[in-house]
Design a protein around this ligand. Structure first.
Ligand code: SDX
Length: 393
């Protein structure tokens, strides 16, 4: 688990790709970004440092960080014509639908200017995406409220800038609570990358054809939207509000265990983690910090969540199937405490994951051995047969 990793031949034969970016051990509950434990990164770094790490493979020193922050700052502005895309959407459009459209449309702005086989162009693409996503995401919220879009301020940190563009307005100076800013920054770090999850695999597959990277990221956003994936944090809050009262928990836990019932406990289980998701532990800690800071410990929804976690973790079905709370179980509660509307939760997941997507895309495109992805299938249809004319059918 440390030093040089040796591959189990059986594992590599089933692996969809090889990568040096993120390592997960689902049985041990280990998550490493470029070899660094997520627990240490969440404690000692901010999101832009982690972004640099995912992209470059090393944590930046002081001079490298100043240069990176400066580069991102140069590209935070959104072309005024891009702002006009939003007016084509209904005000009640889901933010993820808007993000798929607007991020995909960035390829119309930067299509001809990108040679995906040029290191410089790929670096610029990554910088542009990291720089513009906070504003694009914040604008999808502001548009839904009819309140004015905000311009970013280069002197603010990444998470603080996003909170100001989301929650502030031009009439006054929005001063973000530093505890809440740090909590959001940690949410972004914990969601930045996660090996070959469904949306990252989507970005890699789309990118393997040589498609424009912004269009590939838009494909990743579309995949992340699903409730089984990135849509889970929004689904957790909807589920908690639907359960409504602690007394109803046993009824819903029973539904989740019933194979004939489609109900699933949102925020529980994982394709890979058969131990506690290490991000969930950190998210739970952040949850307590935020609720303490905001004096929301008696928040009925949080108390309901804690009771659901306690009951599920004691239930033999969940214990036997190794269904632990995942990162989405707590992130939704933290985002709600930050005053962020439920429909924005997955958009914030996409904001964070866009760094992992572009880092994984870059790793794939820069591999000289890379070929177009072409998954095969197990054909289970009918065998060869002759066509009868319609009069014979
Ligand atoms: C993310 O891949 C990634 O890395 C994703 C992600 C990332 O960072 O990119 O980590 C982010 O997507 C986290 C997961 C968020 N999704 C949810 O919280 C939605 C609720 N979770 C379930 O939908 C489910 O757990 C999945 C989709 C996450 C995983 O489903 P699997 O692959 O079926 O899980 P499994 O094989 O471990 O299931 C074992 C059993 C199955 O029953 P049997 O077929 O053995 O009878 O447990 C059951 C499942 O039906 N089960 C659940 C359950 N999750 C799995 N039963 C009730 N409630 C649940 N939440």
């Amino acid at each position: 688990k440390t030093g040089h990793f040796t591959y189990d031949p059986g594992f590599t034969s089933t692996a969809s790709c090889s990568s040096k970016i993120t390592y997960i051990d689902g049985d041990e509950g280990i998550l490493l970004y470029r070899g660094y434990p997520i627990e240490q990164l969440a404690e000692k770094c901010d999101f832009l440092e982690v972004s640099y790490l995912l992209l470059k493979g090393e944590l930046p020193n002081g001079a490298e960080m100043r240069r990176f922050v400066g580069d991102v700052g140069q590209h935070v502005m959104i072309h005024e014509q891009i702002a006009r895309f939003y007016s084509g959407f209904r005000r009640d459009a889901h933010p993820m639908a808007i993000l798929v459209g607007v991020v995909g449309a960035l390829s119309a702005f930067y299509h001809d200017a990108i040679d995906i086989y040029s290191v410089e162009d790929r670096n610029l693409t990554a910088i542009r995406l990291i720089a513009k996503m906070p504003n694009i995401v914040a604008m999808s919220y502001k548009y839904s409220t009819g309140r004015p879009f905000m311009y970013p301020k280069r002197k603010l940190g990444y998470a603080e800038n996003f909170m100001r563009m989301m929650m502030g307005d031009p009439c006054d100076d929005y001063i973000a609570n530093p505890v809440l800013v740090r909590a959001l920054d940690r949410i972004l770090i914990l969601h930045a990358d996660h090996e070959q999850n469904a949306s990252t695999s989507t970005v890699r597959l789309a990118g393997s054809s040589g498609a424009n990277p912004y269009a590939c990221v838009a494909a990743g956003i579309a995949c992340l939207w699903g409730a089984a994936h990135g849509g889970a944090n929004e689904a957790v809050l909807n589920m908690l509000e639907h359960i409504g009262d602690v007394s109803k928990i046993p009824e819903y836990v029973a539904k989740a265990k019933n194979k004939n019932d489609s109900f699933r406990l949102m925020g529980f289980g994982h394709r890979v983690y058969k131990n506690y998701d290490p991000r969930a532990k950190l998210m739970r800690q952040t949850c307590h910090e935020v609720l303490d800071e905001l004096n929301l410990k008696d928040d009925p929804l949080f108390k309901l969540a804690m009771e659901l976690e306690r009951i599920a973790l004691e239930d033999e079905y969940f214990v036997e199937k190794k269904l632990y709370p995942n990162v989405d179980f707590y992130s939704g509660i933290v985002l709600r405490a930050l005053g962020i509307p439920t429909e924005m939760f997955t958009a914030i997941f996409a904001l964070a994951r866009s760094v992992g997507w572009i880092a994984q895309w870059d790793e794939m495109i820069s591999d000289p051995e890379q070929k177009i992805g072409r998954p095969r299938q197990l054909y289970r249809g009918v065998s060869t047969r002759d066509v009868k004319t319609i009069s014979q059918r």
